[in-house]
Design a protein around this ligand. Structure first.
Ligand SMILES: Cc1ncc(COP(=O)(O)O)c(C=O)c1O
Length: 401
């Protein structure tokens, strides 16, 4: 193993770093080039190199780095001119950012229930959510597991909708021969502290259209244009640039990624086979056609009846007491106070949304509500553990029956 494991209680800890990261940061500091500059005038070199390197990893033509994954989604939506009066279909089982980015554009997210086995957006439920206002779909590849992107693309083409893939969990995921993020119009990534490639905070958008890349660049850099005078601002934009120090760190994390990614994929298969043998445990099933998975998290669904009726909180607390890193999964979006009580943007009409008040009842989102009540997740770094360690988790779970 060429990357050095950082372990506590014999389980790998995240982040994993060594002198390469420390020296890269020190080099930027000593260079005095602490700012990347702008598309028309580069200062530091790390941001511009990182964008090329990340685009190469994800097999996309363009990459625009930004300061986090939330604004990555927002920037893609803004560049595609999604806004007031528009609806965007989003998976209900995700981190709040997949939908709050839609709110930021003044559009309305519409929540889609999930498939009970793959735990990602059920594409068969999308068409019933499409209205004359629908402009885009945000598939979220939860735990790196790709949404059924070929079917989703057909639906998008038939209904003239954009696709912005939320790839915050899916660095390196590949579905039917193509990396995620390239199936639709844009793919949005996060490099926040817990992500599989990280600089503490950070994000990126990938796309394959030169025109769209230019619009995104403008939006994230104050309305500037590539190769133009820096005090010329041609359109509305904000400053969502990523810092040069973050980019230097990311370039070193990127070097470690392929080996870690391969190990996660190998171990997930090993661990998953063993866990699935336990009556009452179901691991997230990879969507058929998945060739590689980013595995930001590894969710499992347990059947309380096979574990003497314990709640999921009791289930993951027991694992945590044994120092096995395990956590709750995301509460479904329809349950979050901001959506349930509609504490959102002033002046926007959310009355057509499929959430809020009574519409946020769990029985309107039956699959995700059931799955959420029974699912827990392991962090990706657990999949870097030795087989013996993974075996010990399987044995401990068996002992809870
Ligand atoms: C599915 C998903 N989308 C978007 C984001 C937002 O990324 P960030 O925290 O970098 O803003 C996250 C962050 O965890 C996420 O899990």
């Amino acid at each position: 193993m060429s990357f050095k494991q950082n372990t506590k209680n014999n389980f790998p800890q995240w982040p994993i770093y060594d002198n390469n990261e420390i020296n890269a940061l020190s080099d930027v500091i000593k260079s005095g080039n602490w700012w990347c500059g702008f598309p028309g005038g580069h200062h530091g070199e790390n941001l511009w190199k990182f964008q090329k390197e990340f685009a190469k990893l994800q097999e996309a033509k363009y990459c625009i780095a930004v300061c986090n994954g939330t604004v990555a989604i927002e920037s893609a939506l803004m560049a595609l001119e999604i806004g007031l009066g528009d609806e965007v279909i989003v998976s209900d089982y995700t981190f709040v950012a997949s939908a709050s980015a839609v709110i930021a554009t003044n559009a309305v997210p519409i929540f889609c229930d999930i498939d009970p086995e793959t735990l990602v957006m059920d594409v068969n439920k999308i068409e019933s959510l499409i209205t004359e206002r629908t402009k885009a779909i945000i598939p979220v590849h939860l735990g790196g597991n790709p949404v059924e992107l070929d079917k989703l693309k057909e639906i998008a083409i038939d209904n003239d909708l954009y696709i912005i893939e939320d790839c915050a969990h899916a660095h390196g995921s590949r579905y039917k021969g193509k990396r995620v993020g390239n199936w639709g119009d844009a793919g949005a990534f996060s490099f926040q502290a817990s992500k599989v490639i990280t600089s503490g905070e950070g994000g990126a958008i990938i796309c394959n259209s030169n025109d769209l890349a230019d619009i995104i660049y403008s939006y994230i850099d104050c309305g500037r244009k590539k190769n133009a005078y820096s005090y010329a601002h041609y359109s509305y934009g904000s400053n969502y640039r990523l810092g040069e120090l973050h980019a230097a760190l990311l370039r070193k994390q990127l070097e470690k990624f392929p080996e870690q990614h391969n190990l996660r994929n190998k171990n997930a298969q090993y661990f998953g086979n063993k866990l699935n043998e336990i009556d009452g445990i179901q691991v997230m099933k990879l969507t058929p056609g998945t060739e590689e998975c980013g595995y930001y998290v590894y969710p499992i669904v347990f059947n309380p009846n096979k574990f003497a009726g314990i709640t999921k909180k009791e289930f993951y607390s027991k694992l945590n007491k044994k120092k096995i890193p395990t956590d709750d999964c995301y509460p479904p979006l329809h349950r979050l106070d901001c959506f349930k009580n509609i504490v959102l943007r002033k002046g926007i009409d959310y009355s057509n949304a499929n959430w809020g008040g009574e519409k946020s009842n769990d029985n309107c989102f039956p699959v995700v509500s059931d799955i959420y009540s029974r699912s827990v997740e392991f962090p990706h770094e657990l999949l870097l553990a030795s087989k013996n360690k993974l075996d010990s988790i399987v044995e401990y779970i068996k002992s809870l029956k």
